[in-house]
Design a binder for this molecule. Structure first.
Ligand code: HEM
Length: 155
């Protein structure tokens, strides 16, 4: 059968999607910090609300989907290498991978949380402080460090 896309190309595209996703997750809470302190109805508030909406629609949602799609493709490639051994082959998946998966599910949940908070901000609610959003903007970086080291060191 002709291969549509090779394993290493999929790995590269996975990493590119992950870079865009994490970059977006680092930026969005910073936009929320500006929105929180901006004068209601003012120019800064409107500009930042639009920037946050565009960031979610153009960068965050597509890169989330692509990071998952290529990640699942890579994992499926690992499983189907010995399809006859399924589902026993799941027992051979290294533990670090399950750790990575839990962290990535957490990152996806954080993404969903940011989307819900974005809708509140757009509706004029300001339930959280600027300091809260500045602190939250560091979270994805810490998780990304752990995920990348799990994937590369394979402890
Ligand atoms: C969205 C769900 C994800 C799934 C299902 C997934 C799954 C995978 C799989 C199966 C591989 C191939 C492993 C190999 O060939 O050694 C891989 C590679 C990789 N992933 Fe993910 N991944 C996901 C998200 C992420 C995230 C969020 C990051 C970083 C923050 C990340 C970083 C990496 C890196 C750096 C590699 C290359 C590792 C290497 O080749 O040594 N992945 N991923």
């Amino acid at each position: 059968m002709q291969h549509v896309i090779g394993y290493d190309l999929a790995r590269g595209l996975h990493i590119i999607a992950v870079i865009a996703w994490v970059a977006g997750l680092l930026m969005l809470p910073r936009f929320y910090a500006y929105i929180t302190t901006a004068q209601p109805g003012g120019e800064l508030e409107q500009t930042m609300l639009k920037a946050a909406r565009n960031l979610r629609a153009i960068i965050l949602t597509p890169s989330l989907i692509l990071a998952w799609a290529f990640g699942i493709f890579l994992f499926a490639t690992y499983l189907v290498a010995d399809w006859a051994a399924f589902p026993g082959v799941l027992g051979t998946v290294p533990h670090w991978f399950w750790g990575k998966l839990i962290l990535v599910l957490g990152l996806s949940g954080y993404h969903g949380f940011l989307s819900a908070e974005g809708r509140k901000l757009a509706a004029g609610q300001r339930p959280r402080s600027e300091r809260y959003w500045r602190l939250m903007s560091e979270v994805p970086f810490l998780v990304a460090i752990a995920v990348v080291l799990l994937a590369t060191l394979e402890p």
